[in-house]
Design a protein around this ligand. Structure first.
Ligand SMILES: Cc1cc2nc3c(=O)[nH]c(=O)nc-3n(C[C@H](O)[C@H](O)[C@H](O)COP(=O)(O)O)c2cc1C
Length: 262
């Protein structure tokens, strides 16, 4: 015969009560930790930006350097206007990649133009203007992304004040194979990018290529060996983002002094 405390009703009560308590703890933790997660994600992106700009040393105080040197602007790529808010967020909190997934905040790309394989492009992008000692523009940092072999590769690229010469690049998130396509994060490979010119004469056409046996010393980066598909993905995403369908017109406007770092 079952003892008093082993009845079906009591067992069910304990099981349900335990489930409820666990559910409350888990959801409470998820809600309670969200601000910390968001703060860490923002800090991580600030670190990525400084890394892309070549300003990250092990001893760097990321928040202090970011706040002192970096001006973050939201710019509508369709109208080339600076905006205060997009997708309900200000410049500090706006996520261009999240916006690219929302039909009302993005533009569907025609297949022929979508060499990066991203499908949709955010209408409003986030641009980091990094100022020099005299308050002049020292580096511009832009988001780039495109499909590799296994998934989308997310990066930030930094340009010198001519808005043509690459300072550095940082592919901060990807799903390429470690040791093969994952070498896009290898500092030795990344170092090759420094000083490469994206555009040819008069900033008219993208001349930058990622290719085996580079032909133009000033424009080309050597492809990763054993990772041709990833390398092609990087080549294709650069062709898209610096074309007149993405950053081309914006860079022209900044070069002409019609949009500045102030
Ligand atoms: C398990 C596995 C993972 C691979 N990962 C990548 C990768 O991340 N990027 C890439 O371009 N190729 C990758 N490849 C190789 C491609 O299939 C292809 O062989 C390669 O891109 C050819 O490059 P290569 O001409 O430089 O040898 C992988 C292959 C295997 C079997």
């Amino acid at each position: 015969m079952a003892k008093k405390n082993e009845s079906l009703g009591k067992t069910l009560f304990v099981v349900i009560a335990l489930c409820l308590v666990c559910a409350i703890i888990v959801s409470g933790a998820a809600v309670g930790l969200k601000p910390i997660q968001q703060k860490n994600a923002a800090l991580d992106m600030q670190r990525n930006v400084l890394d892309a700009a070549g300003l990250l040393e092990p001893s760097t105080d990321v928040v202090a350097v970011f706040n002192e040197r970096v001006e973050t602007k939201l710019i509508n790529l369709n109208t080339l206007e600076v905006v205060d808010q997009a997708n309900g967020e200000d410049a500090a909190n706006y996520d261009p990649i999240a916006a690219a997934n929302k039909p009302e905040w993005s533009t569907q790309l025609e297949k022929a133009n979508d060499t990066a394989g991203i499908g949709t492009r955010e209408n409003v992008t986030k641009v980091y203007f990094i100022n020099g000692e005299q308050g002049d523009l020292e580096t511009l940092v832009l988001y780039i992304r495109g499909y590799g072999l296994w998934g989308t590769m997310y990066g930030l690229i930094s340009l010198q004040p001519d808005l043509n010469t690459v300072r550095s690049v940082n592919f901060y998130e990807h799903s390429e194979t470690p040791g093969l396509g994952g070498e896009i994060q290898n500092p030795k490979w990344v170092a090759q990018w420094q000083g490469k010119e994206i555009y040819g004469d008069n900033n008219a056409e993208v001349e930058f290529d990622v290719m085996k046996s580079p032909k133009q010393e000033n424009h080309d980066v050597d492809a990763l060996s054993g990772a041709t598909l990833t390398s092609n993905g990087v080549d294709n995403l650069m062709a898209y983002w610096f074309s007149d369908k993405a950053y081309g017109p914006l860079l022209d406007k900044i070069r002409k002094g019609e949009l500045n770092n102030g």
